[in-house]
Design a protein around this ligand. Structure first.
Ligand code: MN3
Length: 247
């Protein structure tokens, strides 16, 4: 190869590598995603069109978030437990509550990916087309009792979400008595790891909002409330108080 050709070759390979990197960044942290693995866990379908949450959450973000990020958590979880029959038949919420019993060689992988699977499965369910009804009935009474008002909860929730350093989630948990509490967790950790139940949670990883909101996480946190499906949240509240809420 002549020196000039080699330079051209190196430059074009470099350009391809840069393009590949850019594409990988655009689709998030899933550039190295493995081929699909058969396993007990499956990606639940998005219960609405990816554009349904516009203009608050854009269709591109939703498509990548569900079809790439969540899919990768499911796939990685299935891969991690493929040869671990002692844990592969456990329901997701049990697996997360019993992480200390998971073989150490895969414990961190299970924690991250089972957590990611549970968190996102909850997340899609509690959102929907903007403009639906607000909290009603027992749920509204619990919000007013434990946070004095929905507006106060939103303010405290957004403040907590803004303080998550790096990637994580902010949650409202619910116990069997219907009591609500706020907490934040790093990475894909979830209150399910402590046997608690989640009423709602918001994803403050940059992949959840960066295409539309860039560094303005506070704007995303504020806008997110417009797509909370309070009917679905009310159903989760009823399930939690009757001991039937799994994840
Ligand atoms: Mn996410």
């Amino acid at each position: 190869m002549l020196a000039l050709d080699r330079r051209m070759f190196v430059r074009s390979v470099g350009a391809v590598a840069v393009l590949g990197l850019a594409a990988g960044r655009l689709s998030g942290d899933v550039a190295a995603q493995a081929a699909p693995v058969k396993g007990p866990f499956t990606l639940p379908p998005l219960p609405y069109d990816p554009a349904a949450l516009e203009p608050h959450i854009d269709a591109t973000t939703m498509g990548l978030h569900h079809g790439k990020h969540h899919a990768a958590y499911v796939n990685n979880l299935n891969a991690a437990i493929a040869d671990k029959p002692e844990i592969s038949s456990l329901p997701l919420e049990v697996l997360l509550a019993k992480l200390k019993d998971v073989p150490e060689s895969v414990r961190t992988t299970v924690r991250n990916n089972a957590g990611g699977h549970a968190n996102h499965s909850m997340f899609w369910q509690i959102m929907g087309k903007p403009g639906g009804p607000g909290p009603e009935g027992d749920l509204k009474a619990a919000l007013d009792r434990d946070f004095s008002s929905l507006a106060t909860l939103q303010e405290q929730f957004n403040t907590m979400g803004g303080k998550v350093f790096g990637s994580g989630w902010v949650f409202v948990t619910v116990d069997k008595g219907g009591n609500l509490a706020l907490e934040a967790r790093p990475n894909q950790d979830t209150p399910l790891m402590d046997g608690k139940r989640v009423l709602i949670g918001n994803d403050v990883w940059e992949h959840a909002y960066y295409l539309k909101y860039q560094n303005k996480r506070a704007d995303y946190l504020k806008a997110w409330w417009s797509v909370v499906n309070w009917t679905a949240v009310g159903d989760r509240y009823a399930a939690a108080t009757s001991g039937k809420l799994a994840i």
